[in-house]
Design a protein around this ligand. Structure first.
Ligand SMILES: *[C@@H]1O[C@H](CO)[C@@H](O)[C@H](O)[C@H]1NC(C)=O
Length: 388
């Protein structure tokens, strides 16, 4: 009798052998997770964005909800994934990166340190408020992913700031990068409601950026009549992945960014202006390098077939192609002038392509480099912190 009961119990438990005993909603979760994060599978659990001021006016240094619950949220229902799940998983991974950036700033600096760096007294509070908005983005993105897909958790991140000013410089670059990537990401959703949700997030990033330009850098807050349209949004997400400490992500997370149909299978060689660049403004001749020694571009050079390569510059709604000479390759760098015709506003995005206008993702030879026009010279603050 006893052994019969034990066998039945074993049979019942067998399919769930790798499962934790902790409370959970819906389906079993992998071993090693407490199950705490599974409560977040319910979109009404915890403070709700749009209702709760935790996403606005929380002035603590501790990680606010849902940033204090860092396990992935495992699927709570079985079935096919939602139409836009992969996109929202990418957005959630990017949202974690932004949240962690601001959270690190909140933990690392004080109100006084920003004042000592000649920034307004309320700078620290604004950083906290943007951190809170970023926590709200995480919650919104978690809720956009359907219950049949995993909602990724955060990784560890290493950001190259050394002091308050280089932190604020990176903030300005990250905000404008997310605005630019969102102009391309809105092409991807299947559902119209997802497109509206992306636009709503882009508008929040634009407010953050306008605040930074006006209040931190004493600049004109506007960036010209159109933000830069760049179609290959995942390539910008890919460039932010350099801040992720390798191997630090939950192993169940999907790859970031995911290589779905709109993103090529091949990881493109990164492109960046050389560190000794004096100026990135229109009309400057800039040396571009390929900073990843393990992922260098290859240019076809043969006497018989000559492939023409272009530096393709995107600014506002414009695209400008500048033919480049790659015959002397490999010299590991390319010199090219930022189109003189561009206004000194917003950002310029540049890629190397073998097709004018970089018409298809397959025509990209490198990933994008982002050349910030406002405030002028901010990249130098990051490259050479402490130097005026
Ligand atoms: C997370 O933070 C919220 C407040 O923002 C708090 O109510 C909750 O108990 C915290 N959860 C954990 C697991 O620390």
């Amino acid at each position: 009798m006893l052994s019969h009961g034990a066998a039945l119990l074993c049979a019942l438990l067998a399919p769930f052998g790798a499962v934790n005993a902790a409370p959970q909603i819906g389906l079993p979760i992998p071993k090693g997770y407490s199950g705490e994060a599974q409560k977040l599978a319910n979109p009404t659990y915890g403070p709700i964005p749009g209702e709760s001021n935790v996403y606005n006016y929380y002035w603590g240094t501790d990680r606010p909800f849902p940033g204090n619950i860092t396990d992935p949220i495992f699927p709570s229902e079985t079935g096919p994934p939602g139409a836009d799940d992969a996109l929202w998983q990418d957005l959630l991974a990017a949202g974690w990166l932004m949240f962690e950036f601001y959270q690190q700033g909140v933990e690392r600096f004080t109100e006084r340190e920003f004042v000592k760096a000649d920034m307004p007294k309320h700078t620290y509070r604004r950083i906290q408020e943007i951190r809170n908005n970023a926590a709200g983005h995480i919650r919104i993105f978690q809720n956009q992913i359907s219950p049949t897909s995993i909602k990724p958790g955060p990784c560890k991140y290493a950001f190259p700031f050394k002091d308050p000013v280089s932190f604020l410089a990176l903030l300005t670059i990250l905000e404008i990068s997310s605005m630019t990537s969102l102009t391309g990401l809105v092409q991807q959703p299947v559902l119209g409601a997802s497109k509206s949700a992306l636009l709503a997030i882009a508008e929040v990033e634009a407010r953050h950026e306008a605040w930074a330009l006006m209040d931190l850098w004493d600049e004109d807050p506007f960036g010209g009549p159109s933000e830069t349209l760049f179609p290959y949004a995942n390539e910008i997400l890919e460039s932010t992945a350099t801040f992720i400490v390798p191997g630090s992500c939950p192993k169940e997370n999907p790859e970031f960014p995911q290589r779905h149909a709109l993103h090529g299978k091949k990881k493109l060689p990164p492109l960046a202006a050389a560190k000794d660049t004096e100026s990135l403004i229109p009309g400057s001749v800039v040396t571009f390098e390929f900073p990843d020694p393990k992922n260098q571009p290859s240019f076809l050079t043969s006497k018989r077939i000559k492939t023409q390569y272009y530096a393709v510059f995107f600014h506002g709604a414009l695209t400008v192609n500048i033919p480049i000479d790659t015959s002397a390759w490999p010299k590991k760098r390319i010199r090219v002038m930022v189109p003189e015709a561009f206004e000194t506003k917003g950002v310029v995005v540049v890629v190397i392509s073998d097709r004018p206008d970089a018409e298809t993702r397959d025509s990209l030879v490198t990933g994008p480099a982002i050349l910030l026009q406002q405030p002028r010279g901010l990249e130098q603050v990051l490259w050479h912190p402490g130097k005026e």
